[in-house]
Design a protein around this ligand. Structure first.
Ligand code: F1P
Length: 352
């Protein structure tokens, strides 16, 4: 529920009120590093890694810069090819995650320029990186990240917009069109939160599930991963996130009348393809819970439940579609008697 405020603070912290120009010292001062980079490597863990995956779509789609996304916990132990033409972006809510810090050190040793996206001012990652940008989420009280995810995506979107403009991929007017839409997101998140009562009813239906599948395409594939992670982290139900297009390469074998499938099926981006995935699930009697764009009729006829979110640009949809999935995990966890703020076995920052 703090997310409308947190997202607003995140982009407001970077806008000159009078001109709507993004002032983002970290990226402005180091623009050349990004523009001359061979590629961007993004490293992170957990939810922050999912924000990194969304960023891969944003940077490549909007700014046309090649991006690789890696779990910091893998990157640090393999022998990656890194050069001084690479820019590494490390994303971390706490700024203390040991694997992400180790990945930063490795990249710096090889001469890469390292940029941090952190929530905690003065944290170890903020200090170790060459430059960076803070999210303005405020303290994450719970262990499982929620507003950190949406504010990380906000910062990474602003960075991609700056780079798209600097590279000439985006005209001045397209750039401002995006910024204007970004400014509508906090109100649209408020709107998405209004589905809370409906989500509670849906949570009650599926609270005793033992397995769940989450599917999405494009920008919403990482949201499917994040939805599944939230359910695992706080309600201890096994859940898997998958790209919807991969369903036929394996997970389809799991689908029967006992399998709830959460599908992100917003209008912008691959809609018709997702609808055909939904038809495939339905013909195997899977239970379909779909996140759809307001006013959707086609999916409503097919799905067992639909949860609406407002319409926005395709690249901004993760900021809205993730909200009902967070709420759903929350309600299921509460109904199962789990401690949503301090899940068993999980640490707020993994420092070893
Ligand atoms: C990464 C992370 C979180 C997760 C949990 C454990 O932390 O995996 O995403 O919710 O708190 O750590 P961070 O590097 O983003 O602080």
């Amino acid at each position: 529920y703090e997310q409308p405020r947190a997202i607003k603070d995140t982009y407001r912290g970077r806008l000159l009120a009078d001109q709507g120009i993004i002032r983002m010292a970290g990226i402005d001062l180091n623009m050349e590093k990004f523009l001359n980079a061979n590629r961007i490597i993004i490293v992170a863990c957990g939810t922050s890694w999912h924000a990194g995956l969304v960023a891969e779509y944003i940077f490549e789609d909007l700014a046309r810069i090649p991006v690789e996304v890696e779990y910091a916990s893998e990157f640090r132990y393999r022998n990656p090819v890194i050069t001084d033409k690479d820019v590494l972006i490390a994303i971390s809510q706490s700024g203390e995650t040991a694997d992400t810090l180790a990945a930063i050190k490795l990249a710096k040793e090889k001469g890469a320029f390292v940029f941090g996206v952190c929530n905690v001012v003065g944290s170890s990652i903020a200090r170790e990186t060459d430059a960076g940008a803070y999210t303005h989420a405020g303290p994450e009280i719970g262990v499982a990240s929620t507003k950190a995810f949406t504010t990380q995506i906000t910062v990474l979107t602003l960075m991609a917009l700056k780079l798209a403009k600097a590279k000439g991929v985006f005209s001045e007017s397209r750039y401002h069109e995006y910024l204007t839409e970004l400014e509508t997101i906090p109100n649209k998140v408020e709107k998405a939160l209004e589905s809370n009562t409906l989500i509670e009813i849906i949570a009650d239906v599926y609270k005793d599930s033992t397995n769940c599948l989450y599917l999405g395409r494009g920008y919403n594939f990482p949201v499917a991963l994040e939805g599944a992670l939230k359910l695992k982290e706080i309600s201890y139900i096994h859940a898997e996130g998958y790209p919807a297009a991969e369903m036929k390469h394996g997970p389809i074998a799991l689908i029967d009348e006992h399998m709830p499938v959460f599908v992100i099926a917003t209008k912008k981006g691959h809609y018709e393809k997702v609808v055909s995935n939904i038809q495939e699930i339905k013909s195997r009697k899977g239970k379909i819970i779909a996140i759809v764009t307001e006013g959707d009729e086609q999916v409503k006829d097919l799905a067992d439940h639909v949860i609406e979110v407002p319409e926005t640009l395709e690249s901004l949809t993760p900021l809205l579609t993730t909200i009902p999935l967070q709420l759903l995990s929350y309600h299921i966890a509460v109904m199962r008697g789990c401690n949503v703020d301090q899940p068993r076995n999980l640490a707020k920052s993994v420092t070893v």
